[in-house]
Write a new protein. Structure first.
Length: 159
């Protein structure tokens, strides 16, 4: 996957002003954030360098990788996530099958589902793909990056 860009001034406010001075403190806060979401992190190493997080290690599948990347990238103060994660059990045939979407002003999960799947009623697939980062379908914000699962997973036809 490589380097993914995020809006630095949007996201969860887990890093305080005092944390900005120490990359070690930012790294500890990011690791705590990953654990708080229930995401597997025992085989993951995250290192913060300025406004970039570098993730390395081993994950079970693409879904786990994508959730880690989005959870870390959607933290205020983080502008990039560089991941070099080994996938033990690949689920999807090609990386192009899933995509990321940056929430725009006025978006809702149903509007996003209409754009990407052609069916607003498929918003629960987007919601489920972004749990535990999303706690409610109506709680999204501009600048947030979401995982959009492949059309096959949402019950649609492949593009």
């Amino acid at each position: 996957m490589g380097i993914i860009s995020f809006l630095k001034n949007a996201g969860d406010r887990i890093l305080r002003k005092a944390d900005q001075k120490s990359e070690d403190r930012k790294t500890k806060k990011i690791n705590k954030h990953i654990r708080s979401l229930g995401l597997r992190s025992s085989d993951i190493t995250s290192t913060v360098i300025g406004d970039k997080v570098v993730l390395s290690g081993v994950v079970e599948n693409e879904e786990e990788r994508d959730k880690l990347v989005v959870a870390v990238g959607n933290v205020q103060g983080i502008a990039q996530v560089d991941e070099d994660l080994k996938i033990l059990h690949p689920k999807w045939n090609t990386p192009e099958e899933k995509q990321f979407y940056t929430v725009q002003r006025g978006d809702s999960l149903s509007k996003i589902a209409e754009k990407v799947y052609g069916d607003a009623n498929k918003y629960p697939f987007i919601f489920e793909a972004n749990k535990p980062m999303l706690t409610h379908p109506d709680k999204i914000y501009p600048g947030q990056v979401l995982i959009i699962p492949p059309k096959e997973i949402s019950g649609g036809k492949a593009a």
